[in-house]
Design a binder for this molecule. Structure first.
Ligand SMILES: *[C@@H]1O[C@H](CO)[C@@H](O)[C@H](O)[C@H]1NC(C)=O
Ligand SMILES: *[C@@H]1O[C@H](CO)[C@@H](O)[C@H](O)[C@H]1NC(C)=O
Length: 472
């Protein structure tokens, strides 16, 4: 009975203390005077506030830094002073403010002092720029970030960062979540190098992942091409869901002269695209691309799609099926897809319908793309907050795979926006945190076969009409 043999080194392994995991749960916060850095203001949606409020406000940034990745996110934090109350504005009126300017871009939320003081550390963050007290702060919904490093100005402001607990920490009662999650992810990665003992220690796995993340994480995948494609532009590309072709991940390749087939369902956007980008080697079409007509489409426009080198698909619905069909007929060197994070890794999700019934369930998620594209010899090379570039490169090593996972963790899992962090830091109980986040983290921390039925039930109960693919 070989399996019952005691492994003499096992007790040693279980006593390893996972420092790296705890470090992932640190989040640093501070306020920075926005007046000093007008350039950084442009990156957040423009600061605007009604004229009546302007006289009683001062403009700061609420900055959140992830120390292990040394990246920052920041948003507007507008301090409201006592004067405003003396002039007849009540706190209740301020609580109803949800816009700090005329546009949708200026959505914000008011946090009064008693709410902020629920967290003494958070109070310290805000008090640093309001030594004489404050009525409250309006916090912007939109935020900015830069890669790969936190902007120097945000770090060099005289006030130190206050060390906060990551707002999602409370969702994970057990320690060492990320070490275990990364180890589990390796089992689903299909790497040749991997076996249950290599690499063994979850702490080492977390460290390796965090170190390798900058190789994959990028501010915008548009910036990926100069390294991936230093020579001539690709001869031909296929872009499904090209909009007006101006702000696509592959726009830099168009600018260098790439041709191909470009499709979008919006006639207005296609008109604009044709006006700017028409050329003899480009076919720009206003039709709806469907999985069943891909083969015919490629045949009809064969002269534009000879030796296709790049595919890009972003139609917000059946992206997964469309990429599958395209790969059945082409052999591109790079594929760009949108990563929708409807379900966390390692669950593979892809939408199978044009009509998502107003649910944010279109497209396909990270695990789905990794799996599908790997079967075609394409591996993740760069990823931003939205899109991922896969290329025909060597299969990932354990290190590069972990780097990709850490990038995913940073961009899609441990991503409180500043406003979301404020919400979570000022709430008392877990029950008050939105159910979706709670459930998602429960699925992340679980052994996947134990929860996949539950996920299926949840999704089919929520909307029985939306067809999708789910697997692990
Ligand atoms: C392909 O061309 C045929 C003949 O012109 C046309 O009937 C068909 O609709 C085209 N299909 C697509 C998908 O463009
Ligand atoms: C499914 O999950 C959502 C949160 O994402 C939750 O609000 C809902 O109650 C769940 N439904 C079922 C049937 O479990």
């Amino acid at each position: 009975m070989l399996w019952a043999e005691r492994l003499p080194w096992l007790p040693l392994l279980v006593t390893v203390h996972c420092f790296a995991d705890e470090q992932l749960w640190e989040l640093h916060a501070k306020l920075v005077d926005a007046q000093d850095y007008p350039k950084l203001t442009e990156k957040v949606y423009p600061y605007l506030i009604t004229p009546s409020l302007r006289a009683f406000s001062a403009h700061f940034f609420l900055v959140l830094r992830e120390p292990h990745f040394n990246t920052c996110r920041w948003t507007n934090a507008i301090r409201i002073t006592e004067d405003i109350v003396e002039l007849g504005f009540s706190i209740d009126m301020l609580r109803t403010v949800n816009r700090c300017g005329p546009g949708f871009d200026h959505l914000c939320k008011f946090y009064d002092e008693p709410l902020i003081r629920r967290s003494p550390k958070l109070d310290a963050v805000f008090r640093s720029k309001a030594p004489n007290g404050y009525v409250g702060f309006l916090i912007g919904r939109y935020w900015a970030e830069e890669e790969p490093l936190c902007p120097h100005q945000l770090q060099s402001d005289e006030d130190p960062f206050i060390v906060m607990q990551h707002p999602f920490r409370r969702l994970h009662p057990k320690p060492d979540v990320w070490g275990e999650w990364l180890s589990r992810s390796l089992q689903y990665a299909g790497l040749d190098e991997w076996n249950p003992g290599n690499p063994g220690n979850p702490d080492e796995i977390v460290k390796m992942a965090v170190q390798a993340a900058p190789d994959v994480c990028i501010h915008s995948v548009q910036d990926a091409w100069s390294a991936l494609w230093p020579q001539a532009p690709p001869k031909s590309m296929i872009v499904l869901g090209c909009s007006d072709m101006n702000h696509d991940p592959t726009s830099p390749l168009l600018e260098k002269g790439a041709g191909g087939l470009f499709i979008d369902v919006s006639s207005k956007l296609i008109e604009n695209a044709q006006r700017k980008w028409s050329a003899p080697h480009r076919m720009i079409l206003n039709i709806k691309a469907q999985p069943h007509n891909i083969a015919e489409l490629l045949k009809n426009y064969s002269s534009y799609v000879e030796d296709v080198e790049v595919l890009q698909v972003d139609v917000d619905t059946m992206d997964g099926r469309l990429v599958e069909e395209l790969l059945a007929h082409t052999k591109p060197r790079a594929v760009v897809v949108e990563v929708r994070d409807s379900l966390p890794f390692p669950f593979r999700y892809a939408c199978l319908t044009h009509d998502t019934k107003h649910l944010p369930w279109g497209g396909a998620n990270f695990a789905f793309w990794l799996h599908l594209l790997r079967r075609h010899g394409l591996h993740l090379v760069r990823m931003d907050l939205r899109d991922a570039v896969f290329a025909r490169t060597e299969a990932p090593t354990i290190r590069t795979f972990l780097g990709a996972m850490a990038c995913y963790l940073r961009k899609f899992v441990l991503v409180p926006t500043p406003l979301q962090a404020m919400e979570l830091w000022t709430r008392k109980t877990l029950r008050e945190i939105d159910r979706k986040t709670v459930l998602r983290h429960h699925w992340i921390a679980s052994h996947p076969p134990d929860v996949i039925e539950e996920i299926w039930r949840n999704m089919t109960t929520t909307s029985p009409d939306v067809r999708f693919h789910l697997d692990v």
